[in-house]
Design a protein around this ligand. Structure first.
Ligand code: PYR
Length: 363
């Protein structure tokens, strides 16, 4: 074969290969457009921003082929209906708190946070490396969704009150907006828990439909304006030591994705998980100073409230374990991890933190 005919046949072979390969390449990188409903208001670049981080990263990783359009809570779907909307494939995904769905099954709370549970590091560790992901996916699978950890707020504040809470008796009859299983604990202490999506809390508190409210922490709470209508700001949010935010995806839609797009969703969620926590850890530092500077009164929940809540919490968990097989299956290994993690974290981490903070406070 001379050089010309070699080039010619190589060229032809090249055309043939390209013609054969093109459909395979198109198939492995199809153009896909999804809609995601966020559980959060658009004004919060922290928690709402998590979905935007996912959307951008997925697009970047797939050269723009896989697009996820993000909608704020309520624009397409109200937060309380978002899980059903994903299950029914009205939208492909939601970025939200699993514990908004405790009305379906209290087990949903474990994926986010349960009272006196894990801090952000521990919750993350339990889910990603401690067996939690598999347990949660078996549970979430009953609702036709798959989950990715995709954010955390860190330990939250305990809410905005118009009056001081000096003992458990002061909780009696108070209409308190609180998310997840914290509401069940507060009810055991006499309060009247209310479940309200983030964007509707301020108007409810302002109008007096509710008496008190918790959301997340200084940065978000300052943006939502709670300080204008309630001046006592309590801590800690003992029902939210380190709440994980999840990306939920319709299972059938997820399974139909090319493997590389599945990997993109996983990587993008992990990125959102890191970015959200870091944002809170920077923005809360300045927001707490600004709130206190504007006259907000910081208060620690009194010990009798914390102790009564602790007791009520573990009674509730035992009741749930006796009546709900899903709860028992996820909670028992979770509790074992919690017990062991507490033993470890109180050695180095806690000593380091508490000694440093005490010395700094002494000046
Ligand atoms: C809440 O709904 O309370 C959150 O912490 C996001």
């Amino acid at each position: 074969m001379d050089r010309r005919s070699f080039i010619k046949s190589a060229g032809l072979a090249g055309v043939g290969t390209a013609a054969l390969a093109a459909p395979a390449i198109a198939q492995s990188a199809p153009e896909i457009k999804w809609r995601l409903t966020s559980g959060f208001p658009k004004s919060l670049d922290t928690i709402y921003g998590g979905a935007e981080t996912i959307s951008k990263a997925v697009s970047d990783i797939t050269d723009g082929k896989f697009q996820i359009q993000v909608f704020p809570s309520g624009e397409l779907i109200p937060t309380p209906q978002a899980l059903d909307a994903v299950q029914n494939d009205t939208v492909e995904a939601t970025h939200t708190c699993s514990y908004y769905y405790v009305g379906k099954d209290p087990t949903f709370a474990i994926g986010t946070a349960i009272p006196f549970g894990l801090n952000a590091r521990q919750q993350n560790a339990w889910i990603t490396e401690g067996g939690g992901q598999q347990l949660l996916d078996e549970f979430y699978g009953q609702y036709g969704v798959v989950s990715f950890v995709a954010g955390n707020t860190g330990t939250q504040m305990g809410g905005w009150w118009r009056k001081e809470i000096k003992s458990v008796a002061d909780l009696s009859g108070v209409k308190f907006r609180i998310a997840g299983l914290g509401g069940r604990v507060m009810a055991k202490l006499g309060a009247a828990p209310q479940q309200i999506p983030g964007s509707d809390i301020y108007p409810a508190l302002e109008k007096g439909t509710i008496d008190a409210a918790e959301w997340v922490g200084p940065y978000d709470d300052e943006k939502l304006g709670f300080a204008q209508v309630a001046k006592y700001y309590y801590y800690p949010g003992f029902w939210e030591g380190g709440p994980a935010i999840h990306l939920f995806v319709n299972k059938a839609k997820y399974e139909a994705l090319p493997d590389s797009y599945k990997a993109a969703l996983k990587a993008a969620s992990a990125l959102a998980n890191d970015v959200m926590m870091a944002k809170y850890d920077v923005k809360n530092v300045t927001a707490i100073r600004s709130l206190v500077g504007s006259g907000v009164q910081l208060r620690r929940y009194p010990n009798d409230v914390l102790e009564a809540a602790y007791k009520a919490t573990f009674e509730l968990y035992d009741e749930l374990a006796a009546e709900n097989a899903n709860w028992k299956k996820v909670y028992e290994p979770w509790k074992k991890y919690r017990e062991e993690a507490y033993q470890w974290f109180r050695v180095a981490e806690y000593t380091f933190d508490s000694f440093g903070y005490t010395m700094q406070a002494k000046g």
